[in-house]
Design a protein around this ligand. Structure first.
Ligand SMILES: Cc1cc2nc3c(=O)[nH]c(=O)nc-3n(C[C@H](O)[C@H](O)[C@H](O)COP(=O)(O)OP(=O)(O)OC[C@H]3O[C@@H](n4cnc5c(N)ncnc54)[C@H](O)[C@@H]3O)c2cc1C
Length: 379
């Protein structure tokens, strides 16, 4: 089950080297300064990592979801801000065009996105609408030749650097049920403004902003898929996105565990390495066990998706489990490091802050439990 193919092993080696050599040296600084890592993201694009799961005919790498999960995992082991930037670009921003776009839209947008010449954002959440997606307020009114968009989106990853926004808006208002549609919006369209970046607890080098729309004209050809199907598209995209937040969480958990293991071998107290104390070694045993389980869950969900099988429950479970163990493993890793773990001299305090976001983004833990429970009662 965990046996990787030669291609998967190859991509793991390449991305691991890149993360160690190019990202580790800057990870602490960009977190502290809240600097979006434009240069390393550009290099990732040049190496093909921004288009891993898309077919080669659209300038992607034509690889599977397991390979994509490995990329997000390895990046996040070292820097979760890089992990979320890549995950939001691929599975939230670019995937909708690949899945629901017509051939003209795919030919126009995918090659630039998959090769990393452009970045993408997924604009669903609004200031007053998070978990309850159906109550969106942003409205796209039908006008001659297109739509007139008004409203605003909150917490949008990559918003300040993206060239393409996937925007969800109401296209038909009614007492019982509003209809939601999805659009491809170019970020330089008149009427779009982005707020200053959010000052966040974690994922600090990733770019998160509010985006506002003031009489933005969207031409008819930029409607994504069918009018009125936007809610279902958003849900389908989030199902896949949960695999990548699971992989992101797994990477953070592994980074925190590896740091704790290495510290426990080196740090001496009472004349012996602290790893020789049972209290510390039991923490490490729990971490290793939880990481193994999370990895199996994430790779299984990835394989199910690749096989065209139902993967929604498995993706939700993997995201829920991996994000919660990432937070507890990062917290325990600080404990293993003692006072030093509480300082910026070691990366574990950053991993702890980064892990927490995984329990919120792309559906909170509470929403995952609701979704899983709903599916249990359907079976
Ligand atoms: C760093 C970051 C990056 C993000 N990036 C993006 C992005 O790129 N694009 C995008 O569209 N969004 C993005 N989001 C938004 C994210 O998806 C939402 O924050 C998340 O879905 C929760 O919505 P909310 O913040 O409005 O919380 P709310 O929905 O207001 O929830 C608040 C609390 O109530 C709980 N709750 C809500 N409803 C229920 C219920 N029915 N039962 C039990 N508990 C419930 C929640 O679990 C949570 O604990 C990002 C968020 C963050 C923090």
């Amino acid at each position: 089950m965990l046996t990787l193919t030669e291609d998967q092993k190859m991509i793991q080696d390449v991305i691991r080297d890149f993360a160690e050599n190019e990202i580790r040296p800057i990870a602490g600084k960009i977190d502290e300064d809240m600097t979006f890592p434009e240069e390393t993201i550009k290099k990732l694009g040049e190496l093909g990592f921004l288009g891993v799961p898309f077919p080669e005919e659209y300038s992607g790498a034509g690889m599977d979801t397991v390979s994509y999960s490995i990329v997000v995992e390895e990046l996040s082991k070292v820097c979760a801000s890089h992990g979320i930037t890549v995950a939001a670009h691929i599975s939230l921003g670019t995937y909708p065009i690949y899945m629901f776009g017509n051939e003209d839209q795919k030919r126009k947008y995918l090659p630039k996105l998959a090769s990393g010449q452009s970045l993408a954002s997924f604009c669903l959440t609004e200031p007053e609408t998070g978990s309850d997606v159906k109550s969106l307020k942003t409205y796209a009114e039908k006008v001659d030749g297109g739509y007139n968009l008004n409203g605003g989106k909150a917490f949008i990853t990559n918003a300040g650097f993206a060239d393409v926004y996937i925007v969800f808006a109401i296209t038909k208002k009614s007492e019982e049920k509003n209809e939601i549609s999805a659009f491809i919006l170019e970020s330089n369209t008149p009427g779009i403004s982005v707020a200053p970046k959010e000052k966040k607890m974690g994922w600090r080098a990733s770019d998160t902003r509010q985006v506002n729309f003031d009489d933005v004209f969207i031409p008819d050809e930029n409607l994504l898929g069918e009018e009125g199907k936007g809610f279902y598209y958003a849900m389908e995209i989030l199902d896949g996105g949960r695999i990548s937040v699971g992989a992101l969480s797994l990477g953070i958990a592994e980074g925190a565990y590896e740091a704790a293991l290495s510290y426990a071998k080196d740090r001496q107290q009472f004349g012996r390495p602290i790893g020789k104390f049972q209290a510390i070694s039991m923490m490490l045993a729990d971490m290793a066990t939880q990481i193994h389980a999370a990895k199996l869950m994430i790779y299984e969900a990835s394989q199910l998706k690749d096989a065209g099988k139902d993967f929604i429950k498995e993706a939700s479970m993997a995201k829920l489990y991996a994000s919660e163990i990432a937070t507890s493993i990062a917290r325990d890793s600080i404990q293993v490091h003692g006072g030093y773990g509480y300082t910026k001299e070691y990366p574990v305090e950053r991993l702890f802050r980064d892990a927490k976001a995984c329990e919120i983004g792309e559906g909170t833990s509470e929403i995952q439990r609701l979704l899983i429970a709903k599916m249990l009662f359907k079976e």
